[in-house]
Design a protein around this ligand. Structure first.
Ligand SMILES: Nc1ncnc2c1ncn2[C@@H]1O[C@H](COP(=O)(O)OP(=O)(O)O)[C@@H](O)[C@H]1O
Ligand SMILES: [Mg+2]
Length: 267
């Protein structure tokens, strides 16, 4: 589904060149939930933005569904992006539009016929459990409800890939849980491949099949989630897991990995 090869990204800043990503290679298989974790500033957001060319890589290639994004003209890139949904920490909703209008927006841009938009918006409201909020405005919603609108909007054009950048980081534990369950449903039942980025390890651990660890712009470790959390190899991964242990104030990990980590002396 995604093939990233030797990806690098430099930013030119007033202070000079800043290398945000160095020589990153990995693949994401169709149907999987792929987690990317790493401390703040590691390059997670830059990496996910390179997957849909919101940021143009400085070097390397990104292929999504077989297409090398660098070879597409603007119109082809716009079409490719319709197949890639994205959700954000702060939801990015249009304040002056209702829930239904927010969800309809990408369909209008894609020039769907009006009747199809109406039907699709109703379907999406049902998927995210917000049918009764169709006419509400964003300020009338809770954080979790706002993210549900963000998810519905991201899914509007039936993407095969969903990118999630810290989508639960502004939410409390319980709401995070319900959003993760919704993402799991979208992955399992709708067959959408998900790339999820979070600095919250519990989130990555709970939902990902495979995990990549970023540290200072480098991919330092990649493997099945169970292995990364129970047998981390890279120093940066070990440090991340230690710093995020419950003693430092995060919630307990669900799914039984916690005792395993404790037994191995990781936490
Ligand atoms: N548009 C930009 N211009 C300059 N530097 C940037 C820009 N975006 C990100 N960076 C820098 O790139 C590095 C990685 O940032 P980011 O990808 O946001 O990390 P993360 O999401 O892991 O916190 C940081 O040093 C950040 O300051
Ligand atoms: Mg970020």
């Amino acid at each position: 589904m995604i093939e990233v090869k030797n990806l690098g990204k430099d930013f030119i800043t007033p202070q000079g060149k800043l290398t945000a990503l160095r020589n990153i290679s990995f693949t994401v298989t169709k149907g999987e939930v792929f987690g990317i974790m790493g401390p703040s500033g590691a390059g997670k957001s830059t990496l996910v933005r390179c997957l849909n060319f919101l940021e143009r890589p400085t070097s390397g290639t990104v292929r999504v569904a077989g297409q090398d994004l660098a070879t597409l003209n603007p119109r082809e890139l716009a079409r490719a992006r319709q197949q890639i949904g994205m959700i954000f920490q702060h939801f990015n909703l249009l304040k002056l539009k209702t829930v239904a209008q927010n969800i309809a927006f990408p369909l209008e841009i894609a020039q769907w016929p009006r009747e199809d938009i109406k039907k699709r918006v109703a379907e999406l409201l049902d998927i995210v459990g917000l049918t009764d909020k169709a006419r509400a405005y964003p300020h009338q919603l809770s954080g979790g409800q706002k993210q549900r609108v963000g998810i519905a909007r991201a899914l509007a054009c039936r993407p095969r890939l969903l990118l999630s950048d810290e989508a639960t980081s502004a939410l409390d534990t319980e709401t995070t849980q319900s959003i993760l369950e919704l993402l799991q449903h979208i992955n399992r039942d709708l067959g959408v491949t998900i790339v999820i980025i979070s600095h919250e390890l519990a989130v990555i651990q709970q939902i990902s099949h495979r995990v990549a660890v970023l540290s200072e712009g480098k991919l330092v470790e990649i493997g099945p989630a169970a292995d990364i959390f129970t047998r981390p190899h890279a120093t940066a991964t070990k440090r991340l897991i230690t710093m995020n242990s419950p003693a430092q104030g995060t919630r307990p990990l669900r799914g039984g990995a916690q005792p395993a980590l404790a037994k191995r002396g990781v936490i």
